[in-house]
Design a protein around this ligand. Structure first.
Ligand code: PHE
Length: 339
């Protein structure tokens, strides 16, 4: 039995030397000193020993137990310290390391300019309305006094979903939608995306943006139209800006006009940007046609109004000196970062 004990001690010493982690150490303790451990197993057999052998073996067994416990404890300390050092090494934070930069998003230039436009009109008491981009032929054309076969349809060719449903070619259909649900006074702007079947180049895109305006009340005149749009131009492009109105034709306004602003680059002297005319066209406008008021359920004998429509992309390009509309849609970060 004594030899057995010595054997266990030797075996245990060897096993212990190989242990390199706390889990194995805990298993080792169970294996040798646990209730069913190797040492305990041997001591169970002590009953068979003679009276004088028993204390000797007992003493030896206790020595081995004490020895192993001590060794286990030593090993535990070493392993714990190693584990701690490892963690300290792994979790070290170099506070001198440069931070990782988080990029902040920015507003798209179209939205920056749209926000300015909204601010200007909200300041004059307008409200903001919206309408669908997928629109009935009725609202986009018919109700705006553009019947089938009208030549104005050629300049606003678009994408048809069915014969009667299309992608709107302008924001004007929302004029009718608002008139149908709201009695005068009406004073709204309608920002939105519009579509035309145009080939892409520096000045054309099949998708672009407009801001429509509509004012209807008693006694609204062309003077109101000119006053509001002149204020808008000065707020948008600076107080030195001059405006001029040229006669034009739209089926849904009568009379109709286009408004020019004095060139935002040369101030009116003439340069490449304004094709040496000193003026830049920024919107179409006019007095709402009586037929259009009727289509919207408004009595043209009682009420009158004006409407206008401006190209947001064009105004954005003017504001920032951008010479190619495609830049607004490509979403190249190098371009967008500049605003
Ligand atoms: N809807 C016209 C266009 O797209 C612009 C416009 C709007 C003209 C309102 C007059 C009145 O060209």
């Amino acid at each position: 039995m004594k030899a057995e004990l010595e054997q266990i001690r030797k075996e245990a010493e060897q096993a212990l030397a190989r242990i390199d982690n706390l889990q194995d150490l805990s298993n080792f303790r169970v294996e040798y000193l646990g209730k069913k451990g190797k040492l305990t197993q041997i001591l169970r057999g002590m009953g068979k020993l003679s009276a004088e052998e028993r204390p000797q073996i007992g003493q030896l067994a206790n020595q081995i137990r004490a020895y192993l416990e001590e060794e286990i404890e030593k090993k535990r300390k070493v392993l714990e310290e190693e584990a701690l050092n490892q963690r300290l090494r792994d979790e070290v934070i170099d506070v001198t390391m440069p931070g990782r930069r988080h990029y902040r998003g920015k507003l798209h230039p179209l939205n920056i300019v749209l926000n300015e436009i909204k601010d200007i009109f909200l300041g004059m008491g307008f409200e903001i309305a919206e309408g669908p981009e997928v629109e009935w032929d009725y609202y986009n054309f018919e109700a705006l006094n553009i019947p089938k076969n009208h030549p104005a349809r050629d300049t606003q060719d678009t994408f048809y979903i069915t014969e009667n449903i299309l992608l709107r070619t302008h924001t004007s259909p929302t004029q009718i939608r608002v008139m149908e649900r709201q009695k005068p006074p009406i004073k709204i702007i309608v920002p939105g995306r519009v579509y035309r079947s145009d080939a892409v180049d520096a000045t054309h895109s099949p998708i672009f943006h407009q801001v429509e305006g509509l004012v209807i009340d008693r006694n609204i005149t062309m003077g109101d139209l000119k006053g509001v749009l002149d204020v808008f131009a000065k707020e948008m492009f600076g107080p030195q800006t001059r405006t001029q109105f040229r006669p034009h034709h739209f089926p849904f306004t009568e009379p109709s006009a286009e408004m020019d602003v004095s060139c935002t680059t040369c101030g009116g002297k003439g340069c490449r940007v304004c094709s040496y005319t000193g003026w830049i066209e920024i919107l179409g406008a006019g007095m709402v046609h009586p037929k259009v008021l009727k289509h919207g359920g408004i009595d043209p004998e009682k009420y009158s109004g004006f409407a206008f429509g401006m190209g947001l992309d064009r105004i954005t390009n003017l504001k920032y000196g951008i010479d190619d509309i495609r830049l607004l849609f490509e979403n190249d970060i190098r371009f967008l970062e500049q605003f």
